[in-house]
Design a protein around this ligand. Sequence first.
Ligand code: FES
Ligand code: FES
Length: 149
Amino acid sequence: SELLDLYQEVILDHRKRPRNFRSMENADFQADGHNPLCGDRVTVFLKVHNGIIEDVSFQGEGCAISIASASLMTESLKGKSSQEAEGLFGKFHDLVTDESTHGEEGLSLGKLGVLAGVKAFPMRVKCATLAWHTLHAALAHENKMATTE
Ligand code: FES
Ligand code: FES
């Protein structure tokens, strides 16, 4: 469908040119995430000032979907408060676990940069959520070396 084509285009673009793909010195929050199904790993770095995410980046290795999803995630987080970031994580969680979400709604939320991977390849939920789980761990643990499965 046209919608799937659009999602795939977004994924390919972010896969080819991942945004904010770099490590960060003196990150305020940092976590390592790991997809147990394939062994791929991602690290998420955050700089937070007065509760606002001033910088966010990631590094790691993974499939196209995991990299694209991480890249899209970083784009959606800059300038958000850490509470808003947790809110986006919650929204993402609901969407990937609700199989009835399609079409219009999927598209507009896709613009938030959170859904492309899952909607194009529903069987790849673990790939698409890897960076988000890692972000959640980083924010939840408030220390420099959180880890998550
Ligand atoms: Fe919610 Fe994985 S996205 S538990
Ligand atoms: Fe490993 Fe997708 S196959 S993260």
